[in-house]
Design a protein around this ligand. Structure first.
Ligand SMILES: Nc1ncnc2c1ncn2[C@@H]1O[C@H](C[S@+](CC[C@H]([NH3+])C(=O)[O-])CC(=O)[O-])[C@@H](O)[C@H]1O
Length: 332
């Protein structure tokens, strides 16, 4: 899974991230130790199998599903049933969707809907360096790549998500595309002694999982260059329902949810961490269209976590999930 990183090192040369060339390999090796996850061997076997499949000849990264296209000749040669079996060995598929030849991976999340809400505010990413913290399977990384950025890096501690990302990268037409996945949590990502070097740092769907949200915002800031932009998406409580919710126990059945601020409170946190031009560009209540059980994620999903008698409440009685997108500039 890490062989794709060979093309990362040259892209870090002569940037402020150059120390990563020495620092990252041992961190990645420890993250991928065989006992890091009992399923790892099974996922690696599926990836080895997928690695034998031909690469697609063309990709579409501006459509709802990240799409890998095969021409008719290859399409006839490929054993799609076996490919699908290997892809299913990497279930549950949560973030997507993806279309690989005739196979449509209908993920739990329609991650394209979040992208649609965000993209108009993002501007063009051409020639920029982007870091996506908590990138899941990497769906948004591919959407970013469509703008031809200089570098796109996603980090996520989940090795299943790294395996899912690797599938797409193995089948993507250009093996040298500047898009990478590091199996690390943000807290373990080294901070370069020369300062941050990303033009855009995204943290979407991660802040509420952190026990120290302010530390998380500072860690995001350290990866940004001067004048770089933060894109922070997280659960919020609707206006008029207080400033902060710390659930008693579970929130929408999720165990590891800590801080859910109001939009104003969240803006205040981001300002306190030294960001300027802090604004909320989107506020949205999550729908069953966006998050649902599918054939590729067969466990329970949003509709099972909402009060059957009141769609504005979770089954624990809290406000149903609303998500805000905050954008902010790092002044120094
Ligand atoms: N400390 C951490 N550092 C990095 N990643 C983390 C950390 N803790 C958890 N994660 C990762 O953050 C992702 C959050 S999911 C959002 C995916 C995508 N961004 C989306 O907006 O659709 C939302 C959710 O499932 O609740 C998961 O993949 C975790 O492994």
């Amino acid at each position: 899974m890490k062989h794709h990183l060979n093309t990362l090192w040259p892209l870090l040369k002569n940037t402020r991230l150059e120390p990563w060339i020495d620092e990252l390999p041992s961190l990645i090796d420890s993250a991928l130790e065989p006992d890091a996850n009992g399923n790892l061997q099974r996922w690696l076997t599926a990836l080895e199998y997928i690695d034998k499949f031909p690469r697609s000849y063309e990709a579409a990264l501006n459509t709802s599903a990240v799409t890998l296209k095969y021409n008719e000749n290859t399409q006839a040669e490929v054993d799609w049933t076996n490919l699908e079996t290997s892809l299913r060995a990497l279930m549950p598929w949560r973030k997507g969707p993806y279309q690989i030849g005739p196979i449509y991976i209908d993920t739990e999340w329609r991650s394209d809907l979040k992208w649609q809400r965000l993209k108009p505010h993002l501007g063009n990413l051409t020639n920029l360096r982007c870091l996506d913290v908590g990138c899941g399977s990497g769906y948004h990384l591919w959407r970013m790549l469509d703008d031809q950025p200089k570098l796109v890096i996603g980090i996520d501690p989940s090795l299943l998500f790294m395996a899912q990302f690797s599938v797409i990268k193995q089948l993507y037409p250009n093996p040298n595309a500047p898009i990478f996945f590091l199996p690390l949590p943000l807290e373990k990502l080294p901070v370069s002694k020369f300062g941050g070097d990303f033009d855009r740092v995204f943290s979407m769907g991660v802040l509420y999982h952190r026990r120290s949200p302010i530390d998380h915002i500072y860690e995001l800031k350290r990866q940004l260059r001067k004048e770089g932009q933060l894109i922070l998406e997280t659960l919020v409580i609707p206006t008029g329902q207080g400033q902060l919710l710390v659930p008693e126990d579970r929130y929408a059945q999720m165990r590891n949810v800590w801080f859910i601020p109001s939009v104003d409170e969240l803006i205040h946190w981001v300002k306190r961490c030294g960001f300027v031009n802090v604004k909320c560009v989107d506020l949205n209540q999550t729908t069953n269209e966006e998050q649902r059980t599918t054939d590729w994620m067969q466990w329970q999903s949003l509709s099972d976590f909402i009060d059957p008698n009141d769609s504005n409440k979770t089954i624990e009685g809290y406000p149903a999930p609303h998500r805000a997108i905050i954008m902010a500039t790092n002044p120094n």
